[in-house]
Design a protein around this ligand. Structure first.
Ligand code: SAH
Length: 380
């Protein structure tokens, strides 16, 4: 077993059994450890485990994400969090509390290399991928900080992978996270209650159909045509809309799950009635829904959102053309709710530099050569 690529927090029963057997400990210890991991406990807290074994477990990287700052919105029940990873990197998460439960938005990478023109997470490039254990710890840390109400099994009932990072650019860790998050001996959250948002890595969407739990797939589309999408999202130069939309349709057809298209309305760019018409034509025949949001203006970018009133008008245009659409509730606007904003402020305050200086062209070359390598492997 390759231990160096895996952290304790992300291990399955079989993997833990491998470890306890290597350490010549009885097999039942693996199940005990797993129960502790499901509630985010560190080895030192695993009180029914002998001290000697706990010390050995301490020698394995844990994959923790510790909450170091919280901001409570005064407008709604949103809490924004900063997590610190074991190497000092910072990522963010948002907890949105509703009457039926809570949705946690988690990050999958520190920073992001996708370069979307409106997104604060990508301003300084990608620093590193999060491990599956770190993603799981984002959830369990919140559960420890906000214990669940009586009668509920857990605090976090829904997860959206919409924090910083591109989950499909961190494919293996994302898959392992989803396996553990949905397993009954893991977090036990139904795939129906998990959404994964991607900017549109087409080969990974197809792989995902075949080997991941069938979660809700959200595609950040943000444009009705290639011309506008090219301006907003560099990934569109690599995977054109002619490839992306069929991949989304395939996901919907094969999984029976409605695909969500996210569409941030940018004033003077993608928000006209013409755009709504073109978008409706593109999406015709797909089991889908459009989630509209007025672009959250980011001070570092010179793109501005439309008014909420205009967003409702745009939704009306789509509905008239039989495309289901809603305007997303705006949460936590007073606490830097948009992707990457709080982390960037923290980094500025604390003088943390994150610039990796990866040029965009090289990034997408790397992604595509990785994909063709995978394709070669698969066709063997
Ligand atoms: N990389 C993934 C997930 C992270 S971003 C993706 O691209 O989908 C989560 C969502 O927030 C995406 O739809 C993204 O396009 C959107 N987003 C980022 N910055 C935004 C902003 N300033 N205003 C509105 N939506 C934004």
């Amino acid at each position: 077993m390759k231990l160096d690529s895996m952290d304790l927090a992300s291990m399955s029963l079989g993997e833990l059994q491998g470890i306890v057997s290597c350490l010549k400990e009885p097999k039942f210890r693996a199940k005990q450890i797993l129960e502790w991991l499901a509630v985010g406990a560190r080895p030192d807290e695993m009180l029914n485990i002998p001290k000697k074994l706990r010390e050995k477990l301490n020698g394995i990287p844990f994959g923790g994400a510790e909450i170091i700052e919280q901001r409570f919105s005064s407008k709604d029940d949103t809490v924004k969090m900063l997590y610190e990873l074991s190497d000092g990197n910072i990522v963010e998460g948002v907890l949105m509390r509703y009457s039926y439960g809570s949705t946690l938005c988690i990050s999958t990478q520190a920073g992001c290399r996708m370069g979307c023109a409106f997104c604060a997470s990508t301003l300084n490039g990608r620093v590193r991928n999060l491990t599956a254990g770190e993603m799981l710890s984002e959830v369990t840390s919140v559960e420890r900080m906000f214990p669940h109400e009586e009668g509920r099994k857990r605090t976090v009932t829904n997860i959206v992978m919409m924090g910083s990072g591109e989950p499909l650019d961190n494919y293996d860790n994302t898959l392992r996270f989803l396996e553990r998050a949905t397993a009954s001996d893991g977090l036990g959250i139904s795939p129906r209650n998990i959404s994964l948002s991607t900017c549109g890595l087409v080969p990974e969407i197809y792989r995902f159909i075949d080997n991941a739990p069938h979660v809700t797939l959200c595609i950040s589309l943000h444009a009705p045509n290639n011309e506008i999408r090219d301006r907003l999202m560099p990934i569109n130069h690599r995977y054109r809309m002619e490839e992306l939309i069929p991949a989304a349709k395939c996901y919907a057809d094969r999984t029976g799950r409605r695909v969500i298209f996210e569409y941030a309305l940018v004033d003077g760019v993608n928000a006209s009635e013409e755009c709504a018409k073109e978008l409706a034509e593109r999406l015709r025949g797909i089991n889908c829904h459009v989630n509209l949001i007025p672009l959250n203006s980011v001070k570092e970018r010179s793109l501005n959102g439309v008014t909420r009133k205009h967003a409702y008008t745009f939704a009306g245009w789509l509905e008239k053309m039989h495309i289901s659409a809603t305007v997303r509730r705006e949460l936590g606007t007073d606490i830097d709710g948009a992707c990457g904003q709080l982390r960037n402020k923290y980094s500025e305050r604390n003088g943390i530099g994150t610039d990796t200086n990866e040029p965009q062209s090289r990034i997408f070359d790397e992604i595509s050569s990785k994909n063709s390598l995978q394709e070669q492997e698969e066709s063997k």
